[in-house]
Design a protein around this ligand. Structure first.
Ligand SMILES: Nc1nc2c(c(=O)[nH]1)N(C=O)[C@@H](CNc1ccc(C(=O)N[C@@H](CCC(=O)O)C(=O)O)cc1)CN2
Ligand SMILES: Nc1ncnc2c1ncn2[C@@H]1O[C@H](COP(=O)(O)OP(=O)(O)OP(=O)(O)O)[C@@H](O)[C@H]1O
Length: 198
């Protein structure tokens, strides 16, 4: 299958997955985010290492409570800022100013120090049981995860509502598979053998 076909399949799934997630009831989303927070806290290595989270947009799983609990536990937490084609994870501070980043996202400015995360919490539109993930289609997270993996051990953990699970996410060679996906139902650790996607 050509890359063009994969891109077209991704685009079709992206639209469908966005509509499905946007259609979830907001109070269900809040309750599910609470359950996801509990599952993540039980699952993450309790080693005080830095964690990359994100500032939720649209109907994403909102990790805000998780971020404050991790910070209260003394961990550095970063959120993504776009720097050219790369994401930098800048430290979250109380009431620190945020700059608009496009697509409704905001981030701490370039004066704010970066973290090198040992865990990256990843937003997504759809995932499958093998840990394949679909994002907004700019490849930012694929590049960030690939770079972090190139520099050492990192756990890429998707945060998702269980209803975002699909049969199969089409992938190309750039796509990074998640080490785990946490939903309101618990932690999904993908089975080792990831079958070829095409
Ligand atoms: N909460 C959150 N923060 C995040 C991400 C995310 O997925 N979720 N990102 C994960 O990557 C990065 C931001 N991703 C972006 C993705 C697309 C565009 C963008 O401008 N997209 C379109 C506009 C489309 C539209 O408005 O409908 C464009 O190409 O012009 C900007 C940022 C970093 N921060
Ligand atoms: N490591 C990489 N190097 C170069 N290009 C890449 C890399 N990763 C992804 N891309 C390119 O970025 C574009 C978007 O990728 P893709 O559709 O996989 O994004 P996504 O996973 O849906 O979104 P995101 O990672 O931004 O949340 C594709 O054209 C892909 O080829």
């Amino acid at each position: 299958m050509s890359d063009g076909d994969i891109d077209a399949r991704k685009r079709a799934l992206r639209g469908k997955a966005m509509r499905r997630r946007d259609g979830l009831d907001p109070s269900d989303r809040s309750l599910d985010a609470l359950a996801i927070t509990r599952h993540v806290l039980a699952f993450l290595p309790d080693d005080g290492s830095p964690v990359a989270a994100y500032l939720a947009i649209r109907s994403e799983v909102d990790p805000a409570l998780l971020v404050s609990l991790l910070r209260q536990a003394g961990r550095s937490v970063g959120v993504p800022a776009i720097d050219g084609h790369e994401l930098r994870f800048r430290i979250v501070r109380d009431d620190g100013p945020l700059e608009p980043q496009g697509f409704g996202t905001r981030a701490p400015g370039s004066d704010v120090p970066e973290i090198v995360p040992s865990v990256i919490l990843v937003p997504l539109l759809a995932f499958d049981a093998a840990g394949r993930r679909l994002g907004y289609g700019r490849g930012f997270y694929d590049r960030a995860i690939a770079r972090a993996r190139g520099n050492g051990r990192v756990l890429a953990v998707g945060l998702a509502f269980a209803s975002q699970l699909v049969e199969h996410v089409p992938t190309d060679e750039h796509d990074q598979t998640l080490d785990a996906v946490v939903t309101e139902n618990g932690v999904l650790v993908p089975t080792a053998a990831v079958s070829p996607s095409r």
